[in-house]
Design a binder for this molecule. Structure first.
Ligand code: RB5
Length: 149
């Protein structure tokens, strides 16, 4: 199950992503927003990120104008590794090396067809593990450090 969310800057692209997931048989849960009215991206990033962090959804896709605000907000949730990607190499390697669990896209940055290719790479590329798991563990140790207030 893939958690989906967007603000008004990502609304149109998210509709394309949902059509694509429907066509490819990927199950998703859409956390909104549900129209083009202006909304604050943290209000969408938070429920998507918590659904992924809690294991209710396997991965997430968040779309705003640039993808950046969504990634900043999502990465505040413990256990989230959200990556903004605007190229194929990054979309592939953020799975292989970072085990990214949320893909953030810029609806005002990417063409639809290009973005859908990034979605497929993100959803279909496994994590390599090994030394990369050690590094991820260190990332989360920073997140959990007591002095990190
Ligand atoms: C909304 O105008 C825009 O700021 C938002 O979609 C996003 O790009 C923020 O990072």
């Amino acid at each position: 199950m893939i958690a989906l969310g967007c603000d008004h800057g990502g609304y149109e692209l998210l509709q394309k992503v949902m059509e694509h997931l429907d066509e490819t048989g990927v199950a998703y849960k859409n956390f909104g927003t549900f129209d083009c009215q202006s909304v604050d991206y943290p209000d969408i990033a938070y429920p998507v990120a918590t659904a992924v962090a809690a294991g209710e959804c396997d991965k997430g896709i968040l779309i705003c104008g640039t993808g950046i605000g969504m990634s900043m907000a999502a990465n505040k949730v413990h256990g989230i590794r959200a990556a903004v990607c605007s190229d194929h190499f990054s979309a592939k390697y953020t799975r292989l090396h970072n085990d990214a669990n949320i893909l953030c896209l810029g609806g005002r940055v990417l063409g639809d067809a290009f973005a859908l290719e990034l979605v497929d790479l993100f959803l279909n590329t496994p994590f390599e593990g090994g030394r990369h798991q050690t590094r991820i563990d260190k990332v989360h140790r920073i997140e959990n450090a007591k002095e990190n207030v």
